[in-house]
Design a protein around this ligand. Structure first.
Ligand code: HEC
Ligand code: HEC
Ligand code: HEC
Ligand code: HEC
Length: 204
Protein backbone atom coordinates (compact mmCIF):
# COMPACT_ATOMS: atom_id res chain seq x y z
CA UNK A 1 0.00 0.00 0.00
CA UNK A 2 2.78 2.32 0.94
CA UNK A 3 4.75 1.38 -2.04
CA UNK A 4 1.73 1.92 -4.27
CA UNK A 5 1.21 5.41 -2.92
CA UNK A 6 4.82 6.32 -3.53
CA UNK A 7 4.57 5.00 -7.03
CA UNK A 8 1.52 7.18 -7.55
CA UNK A 9 3.45 10.17 -6.30
CA UNK A 10 6.40 9.55 -8.53
CA UNK A 11 4.10 9.28 -11.51
CA UNK A 12 2.30 12.51 -10.68
CA UNK A 13 4.62 14.98 -12.43
CA UNK A 14 4.59 12.88 -15.56
CA UNK A 15 0.83 12.61 -15.47
CA UNK A 16 0.49 16.34 -14.96
CA UNK A 17 2.76 17.18 -17.87
CA UNK A 18 0.87 14.90 -20.15
CA UNK A 19 -2.40 16.55 -19.21
CA UNK A 20 -1.12 20.09 -19.40
CA UNK A 21 -2.89 22.03 -22.13
CA UNK A 22 0.30 23.67 -23.34
CA UNK A 23 1.82 20.34 -24.16
CA UNK A 24 -1.38 19.24 -25.76
CA UNK A 25 -1.26 22.28 -27.91
CA UNK A 26 2.34 21.86 -28.96
CA UNK A 27 1.90 18.19 -29.67
CA UNK A 28 -1.19 18.88 -31.70
CA UNK A 29 0.45 21.78 -33.37
CA UNK A 30 3.47 19.71 -34.26
CA UNK A 31 1.36 16.92 -35.63
CA UNK A 32 -0.75 19.24 -37.71
CA UNK A 33 2.27 21.23 -38.84
CA UNK A 34 4.07 18.09 -39.85
CA UNK A 35 1.02 16.85 -41.65
CA UNK A 36 0.60 20.08 -43.62
CA UNK A 37 4.30 20.28 -44.43
CA UNK A 38 4.10 16.71 -45.66
CA UNK A 39 1.26 17.53 -47.99
CA UNK A 40 3.02 20.59 -49.36
CA UNK A 41 6.26 18.69 -49.81
CA UNK A 42 4.62 15.69 -51.39
CA UNK A 43 2.60 17.87 -53.72
CA UNK A 44 5.63 19.88 -54.78
CA UNK A 45 7.64 16.74 -55.24
CA UNK A 46 5.01 15.18 -57.46
CA UNK A 47 4.47 18.33 -59.44
CA UNK A 48 8.22 18.51 -60.07
CA UNK A 49 8.27 14.85 -61.07
CA UNK A 50 5.34 15.31 -63.39
CA UNK A 51 6.89 18.36 -64.98
CA UNK A 52 10.10 16.48 -65.74
CA UNK A 53 8.15 13.62 -67.22
CA UNK A 54 6.50 15.57 -70.02
CA UNK A 55 7.39 15.84 -73.64
CA UNK A 56 7.66 19.61 -73.32
CA UNK A 57 10.43 19.13 -70.80
CA UNK A 58 12.29 16.57 -72.90
CA UNK A 59 11.96 18.68 -75.99
CA UNK A 60 13.28 21.75 -74.18
CA UNK A 61 16.66 20.03 -74.50
CA UNK A 62 16.19 17.66 -77.37
CA UNK A 63 14.48 19.90 -79.89
CA UNK A 64 17.27 20.84 -82.17
CA UNK A 65 16.60 21.51 -85.78
CA UNK A 66 16.28 18.28 -87.68
CA UNK A 67 16.58 16.26 -84.49
CA UNK A 68 14.71 13.53 -82.65
CA UNK A 69 11.50 15.51 -82.19
CA UNK A 70 11.28 16.61 -85.82
CA UNK A 71 11.82 13.03 -86.88
CA UNK A 72 9.17 11.66 -84.56
CA UNK A 73 6.61 13.99 -86.12
CA UNK A 74 6.71 12.15 -89.40
CA UNK A 75 6.13 8.71 -87.86
CA UNK A 76 3.00 6.74 -87.09
CA UNK A 77 3.68 7.20 -83.38
CA UNK A 78 3.03 10.93 -83.70
CA UNK A 79 -0.03 10.84 -85.87
CA UNK A 80 -2.23 7.92 -86.89
CA UNK A 81 -5.82 7.07 -87.69
CA UNK A 82 -6.47 5.98 -84.08
CA UNK A 83 -5.29 9.22 -82.51
CA UNK A 84 -3.10 7.45 -79.96
CA UNK A 85 0.12 9.35 -79.66
CA UNK A 86 3.35 8.12 -78.09
CA UNK A 87 5.28 10.90 -76.37
CA UNK A 88 8.95 10.78 -75.40
CA UNK A 89 8.38 9.47 -71.87
CA UNK A 90 6.09 6.73 -73.21
CA UNK A 91 9.09 5.11 -74.86
CA UNK A 92 11.93 6.45 -72.73
CA UNK A 93 12.46 6.73 -69.02
CA UNK A 94 13.52 10.14 -67.78
CA UNK A 95 17.24 10.43 -67.08
CA UNK A 96 17.98 9.72 -63.47
CA UNK A 97 19.98 12.91 -63.54
CA UNK A 98 17.24 15.29 -64.68
CA UNK A 99 16.61 16.73 -61.23
CA UNK A 100 20.28 17.31 -60.71
CA UNK A 101 20.63 18.83 -64.15
CA UNK A 102 17.66 21.12 -63.67
CA UNK A 103 19.16 22.46 -60.47
CA UNK A 104 22.59 22.87 -61.99
CA UNK A 105 21.12 24.62 -64.97
CA UNK A 106 19.74 27.27 -62.71
CA UNK A 107 22.99 27.53 -60.82
CA UNK A 108 25.41 28.05 -63.62
CA UNK A 109 25.47 28.72 -67.32
CA UNK A 110 28.89 27.12 -67.64
CA UNK A 111 27.62 23.75 -66.50
CA UNK A 112 25.17 23.95 -69.37
CA UNK A 113 28.00 23.98 -71.90
CA UNK A 114 29.65 21.02 -70.26
CA UNK A 115 26.52 18.95 -70.05
CA UNK A 116 25.56 19.68 -73.60
CA UNK A 117 29.03 19.09 -74.88
CA UNK A 118 27.83 15.84 -76.43
CA UNK A 119 24.72 16.96 -78.27
CA UNK A 120 24.68 20.75 -78.43
CA UNK A 121 25.22 20.97 -82.15
CA UNK A 122 23.73 18.98 -84.98
CA UNK A 123 27.16 17.71 -85.94
CA UNK A 124 28.08 16.54 -82.44
CA UNK A 125 24.71 14.91 -82.07
CA UNK A 126 25.26 12.97 -85.23
CA UNK A 127 28.68 11.87 -84.03
CA UNK A 128 27.22 10.54 -80.76
CA UNK A 129 24.01 9.23 -82.16
CA UNK A 130 25.06 5.61 -82.51
CA UNK A 131 26.29 5.53 -78.92
CA UNK A 132 23.08 7.08 -77.55
CA UNK A 133 20.95 4.73 -79.62
CA UNK A 134 22.92 1.80 -78.26
CA UNK A 135 22.03 2.84 -74.71
CA UNK A 136 18.34 2.67 -75.63
CA UNK A 137 18.60 -0.61 -77.50
CA UNK A 138 20.39 -2.18 -74.55
CA UNK A 139 17.81 -0.83 -72.12
CA UNK A 140 14.85 -2.10 -74.17
CA UNK A 141 16.52 -5.44 -74.79
CA UNK A 142 17.10 -5.86 -71.05
CA UNK A 143 13.51 -5.05 -70.08
CA UNK A 144 11.96 -7.08 -72.93
CA UNK A 145 10.74 -3.90 -74.63
CA UNK A 146 8.58 -3.01 -71.66
CA UNK A 147 7.69 0.48 -72.91
CA UNK A 148 6.55 -0.88 -76.27
CA UNK A 149 4.49 -3.55 -74.55
CA UNK A 150 2.76 -0.93 -72.42
CA UNK A 151 0.85 -0.12 -75.61
CA UNK A 152 1.35 -3.19 -77.81
CA UNK A 153 0.29 -6.42 -76.18
CA UNK A 154 1.19 -9.55 -78.14
CA UNK A 155 -1.84 -11.41 -76.76
CA UNK A 156 -4.11 -8.68 -78.08
CA UNK A 157 -2.56 -8.58 -81.53
CA UNK A 158 -4.96 -9.91 -84.10
CA UNK A 159 -2.41 -11.67 -86.26
CA UNK A 160 -5.00 -12.43 -88.90
CA UNK A 161 -5.27 -8.72 -89.54
CA UNK A 162 -1.55 -8.19 -89.84
CA UNK A 163 0.37 -8.36 -93.07
CA UNK A 164 1.25 -12.02 -93.60
CA UNK A 165 4.99 -11.42 -93.23
CA UNK A 166 4.42 -9.63 -89.93
CA UNK A 167 2.01 -12.25 -88.61
CA UNK A 168 4.35 -15.10 -89.46
CA UNK A 169 7.43 -13.50 -87.99
CA UNK A 170 5.61 -12.39 -84.82
CA UNK A 171 4.33 -15.87 -84.21
CA UNK A 172 7.70 -17.39 -84.92
CA UNK A 173 9.90 -15.13 -82.84
CA UNK A 174 7.76 -12.94 -80.60
CA UNK A 175 5.27 -15.56 -79.49
CA UNK A 176 8.09 -17.88 -78.54
CA UNK A 177 9.92 -15.17 -76.64
CA UNK A 178 13.01 -15.72 -78.74
CA UNK A 179 13.24 -12.09 -79.77
CA UNK A 180 11.75 -8.87 -78.48
CA UNK A 181 10.29 -5.82 -80.27
CA UNK A 182 13.49 -3.78 -80.30
CA UNK A 183 15.45 -6.62 -81.91
CA UNK A 184 13.46 -6.10 -85.11
CA UNK A 185 11.93 -2.63 -84.79
CA UNK A 186 14.78 -0.21 -84.44
CA UNK A 187 14.32 3.26 -85.84
CA UNK A 188 10.54 3.36 -85.49
CA UNK A 189 10.57 6.87 -84.02
CA UNK A 190 13.75 8.49 -85.20
CA UNK A 191 16.22 8.33 -88.01
CA UNK A 192 18.71 5.54 -87.49
CA UNK A 193 22.39 6.18 -86.95
CA UNK A 194 25.03 4.39 -89.00
CA UNK A 195 23.99 0.76 -88.56
CA UNK A 196 27.21 -0.97 -89.55
CA UNK A 197 27.41 -4.22 -87.64
CA UNK A 198 24.05 -3.88 -85.88
CA UNK A 199 21.62 -6.78 -86.18
CA UNK A 200 18.02 -5.83 -86.94
CA UNK A 201 16.46 -9.21 -86.43
CA UNK A 202 16.77 -10.11 -90.08
CA UNK A 203 14.89 -6.99 -91.25
CA UNK A 204 17.97 -5.37 -92.75
C1 HEC B 1 18.65 19.16 -69.32
C2 HEC B 1 18.58 18.77 -70.72
C3 HEC B 1 17.87 17.47 -71.03
C4 HEC B 1 16.56 17.16 -70.74
C5 HEC B 1 15.52 18.05 -70.07
C6 HEC B 1 16.34 15.85 -71.27
N1 HEC B 1 17.49 15.37 -71.84
FE1 HEC B 1 17.75 13.54 -72.74
N2 HEC B 1 19.72 13.90 -73.03
C7 HEC B 1 20.36 15.09 -72.71
C8 HEC B 1 21.79 14.95 -73.02
C9 HEC B 1 22.85 16.04 -72.80
C10 HEC B 1 21.97 13.63 -73.53
C11 HEC B 1 23.28 12.99 -73.97
C12 HEC B 1 23.85 12.24 -72.78
C13 HEC B 1 25.20 11.68 -73.07
O1 HEC B 1 26.01 12.34 -73.70
O2 HEC B 1 25.43 10.53 -72.63
C14 HEC B 1 20.66 13.01 -73.54
C15 HEC B 1 20.41 11.73 -74.00
C16 HEC B 1 19.14 11.15 -74.10
C17 HEC B 1 18.84 9.84 -74.66
C18 HEC B 1 19.84 8.87 -75.26
C19 HEC B 1 20.07 7.67 -74.36
C20 HEC B 1 21.01 7.98 -73.23
O3 HEC B 1 20.57 7.97 -72.06
O4 HEC B 1 22.20 8.21 -73.48
C21 HEC B 1 17.49 9.67 -74.56
C22 HEC B 1 16.69 8.46 -74.99
C23 HEC B 1 16.94 10.85 -73.93
N3 HEC B 1 17.96 11.73 -73.68
C24 HEC B 1 15.60 11.03 -73.66
C25 HEC B 1 15.06 12.08 -72.90
C26 HEC B 1 13.69 12.14 -72.44
C27 HEC B 1 12.62 11.10 -72.73
C28 HEC B 1 13.56 13.31 -71.74
C29 HEC B 1 12.30 13.80 -71.01
C30 HEC B 1 11.77 12.91 -69.98
C31 HEC B 1 14.84 13.98 -71.76
N4 HEC B 1 15.72 13.19 -72.47
C32 HEC B 1 15.12 15.21 -71.17
C33 HEC B 1 19.77 16.23 -72.20
C34 HEC B 1 18.46 16.32 -71.72
C1 HEC C 1 1.79 5.24 -76.31
C2 HEC C 1 1.57 3.96 -76.97
C3 HEC C 1 2.69 3.36 -77.83
C4 HEC C 1 3.97 3.05 -77.45
C5 HEC C 1 4.65 3.32 -76.10
C6 HEC C 1 4.57 2.40 -78.58
N1 HEC C 1 3.68 2.33 -79.61
FE1 HEC C 1 4.00 1.49 -81.45
N2 HEC C 1 2.21 2.19 -82.10
C7 HEC C 1 1.27 2.82 -81.30
C8 HEC C 1 0.15 3.20 -82.13
C9 HEC C 1 -1.11 3.90 -81.65
C10 HEC C 1 0.44 2.78 -83.46
C11 HEC C 1 -0.43 2.96 -84.69
C12 HEC C 1 -1.44 1.88 -84.72
C13 HEC C 1 -2.31 1.99 -85.94
O1 HEC C 1 -2.78 3.07 -86.25
O2 HEC C 1 -2.48 0.95 -86.58
C14 HEC C 1 1.74 2.14 -83.39
C15 HEC C 1 2.38 1.54 -84.46
C16 HEC C 1 3.53 0.78 -84.39
C17 HEC C 1 4.11 -0.01 -85.46
C18 HEC C 1 3.54 -0.14 -86.86
C19 HEC C 1 4.28 0.79 -87.76
C20 HEC C 1 3.63 0.89 -89.12
O3 HEC C 1 4.27 1.52 -89.96
O4 HEC C 1 2.53 0.37 -89.31
C21 HEC C 1 5.22 -0.62 -84.97
C22 HEC C 1 6.16 -1.53 -85.71
C23 HEC C 1 5.36 -0.21 -83.58
N3 HEC C 1 4.32 0.63 -83.27
C24 HEC C 1 6.37 -0.61 -82.74
C25 HEC C 1 6.61 -0.06 -81.47
C26 HEC C 1 7.80 -0.31 -80.69
C27 HEC C 1 8.95 -1.19 -81.13
C28 HEC C 1 7.68 0.41 -79.54
C29 HEC C 1 8.67 0.53 -78.40
C30 HEC C 1 9.99 1.06 -78.74
C31 HEC C 1 6.38 1.09 -79.60
N4 HEC C 1 5.78 0.78 -80.79
C32 HEC C 1 5.87 1.89 -78.59
C33 HEC C 1 1.38 3.06 -79.94
C34 HEC C 1 2.52 2.92 -79.19
C1 HEC D 1 11.51 -11.25 -85.21
C2 HEC D 1 11.29 -9.89 -85.56
C3 HEC D 1 10.12 -9.15 -84.94
C4 HEC D 1 9.81 -9.02 -83.61
C5 HEC D 1 10.51 -9.64 -82.42
C6 HEC D 1 8.68 -8.12 -83.56
N1 HEC D 1 8.32 -7.75 -84.81
FE1 HEC D 1 6.80 -6.51 -85.31
N2 HEC D 1 7.15 -6.82 -87.30
C7 HEC D 1 8.20 -7.56 -87.80
C8 HEC D 1 8.13 -7.54 -89.24
C9 HEC D 1 9.10 -8.22 -90.20
C10 HEC D 1 7.00 -6.77 -89.58
C11 HEC D 1 6.52 -6.42 -90.97
C12 HEC D 1 7.19 -5.13 -91.32
C13 HEC D 1 7.31 -4.90 -92.77
O1 HEC D 1 6.88 -5.74 -93.54
O2 HEC D 1 7.86 -3.83 -93.10
C14 HEC D 1 6.41 -6.34 -88.34
C15 HEC D 1 5.29 -5.54 -88.26
C16 HEC D 1 4.78 -5.02 -87.07
C17 HEC D 1 3.62 -4.17 -86.97
C18 HEC D 1 2.74 -3.74 -88.10
C19 HEC D 1 1.80 -4.87 -88.43
C20 HEC D 1 1.22 -4.76 -89.83
O3 HEC D 1 0.44 -5.62 -90.19
O4 HEC D 1 1.59 -3.85 -90.56
C21 HEC D 1 3.48 -3.85 -85.64
C22 HEC D 1 2.40 -2.99 -85.01
C23 HEC D 1 4.53 -4.51 -84.92
N3 HEC D 1 5.30 -5.23 -85.82
C24 HEC D 1 4.73 -4.40 -83.58
C25 HEC D 1 5.62 -5.21 -82.85
C26 HEC D 1 5.75 -5.16 -81.42
C27 HEC D 1 4.99 -4.21 -80.53
C28 HEC D 1 6.66 -6.10 -81.06
C29 HEC D 1 7.04 -6.52 -79.65
C30 HEC D 1 5.92 -6.80 -78.73
C31 HEC D 1 7.13 -6.70 -82.29
N4 HEC D 1 6.48 -6.14 -83.35
C32 HEC D 1 8.11 -7.69 -82.37
C33 HEC D 1 9.15 -8.23 -87.06
C34 HEC D 1 9.16 -8.35 -85.69
C1 HEC E 1 7.56 5.07 -80.14
C2 HEC E 1 8.70 5.10 -79.24
C3 HEC E 1 9.55 6.35 -79.14
C4 HEC E 1 9.14 7.64 -78.96
C5 HEC E 1 7.72 8.17 -78.89
C6 HEC E 1 10.33 8.44 -78.81
N1 HEC E 1 11.44 7.65 -78.93
FE1 HEC E 1 13.39 8.24 -78.76
N2 HEC E 1 14.02 6.37 -79.27
C7 HEC E 1 13.21 5.26 -79.43
C8 HEC E 1 14.04 4.12 -79.79
C9 HEC E 1 13.55 2.72 -80.07
C10 HEC E 1 15.38 4.58 -79.81
C11 HEC E 1 16.66 3.77 -80.10
C12 HEC E 1 17.24 4.17 -81.44
C13 HEC E 1 16.35 3.78 -82.59
O1 HEC E 1 16.06 2.60 -82.76
O2 HEC E 1 15.92 4.68 -83.33
C14 HEC E 1 15.33 6.00 -79.48
C15 HEC E 1 16.45 6.82 -79.41
C16 HEC E 1 16.45 8.12 -78.90
C17 HEC E 1 17.63 8.93 -78.66
C18 HEC E 1 19.07 8.52 -78.89
C19 HEC E 1 19.58 9.04 -80.20
C20 HEC E 1 18.97 8.38 -81.38
O3 HEC E 1 18.33 9.07 -82.17
O4 HEC E 1 19.06 7.16 -81.51
C21 HEC E 1 17.18 10.12 -78.15
C22 HEC E 1 18.04 11.32 -77.74
C23 HEC E 1 15.74 10.05 -78.08
N3 HEC E 1 15.31 8.83 -78.54
C24 HEC E 1 14.94 11.07 -77.60
C25 HEC E 1 13.55 11.11 -77.76
C26 HEC E 1 12.74 12.27 -77.50
C27 HEC E 1 13.25 13.59 -76.97
C28 HEC E 1 11.46 11.95 -77.82
C29 HEC E 1 10.22 12.83 -77.81
C30 HEC E 1 10.28 13.99 -78.73
C31 HEC E 1 11.46 10.55 -78.23
N4 HEC E 1 12.76 10.09 -78.20
C32 HEC E 1 10.33 9.81 -78.59
C33 HEC E 1 11.84 5.25 -79.30
C34 HEC E 1 11.02 6.36 -79.12
Amino acid sequence: MKRLRSLGRSLQPWWRTLRSPSLHFSLGFLTLGGFLAGIVFWGGFNTALEATNTETFCVSCHEMEDNVYEELKSTIHYSNRSGVRATCPDCHVPHDWTDKIARKMQASKEVWGKIFGTIDTELKFREHRRELAEHEWARLKANDSLECRNCHDYDSMDLTRQASRAAWIHQQYLGTGELTCIDCHKGIAHRLPDMTGVSQGGLE
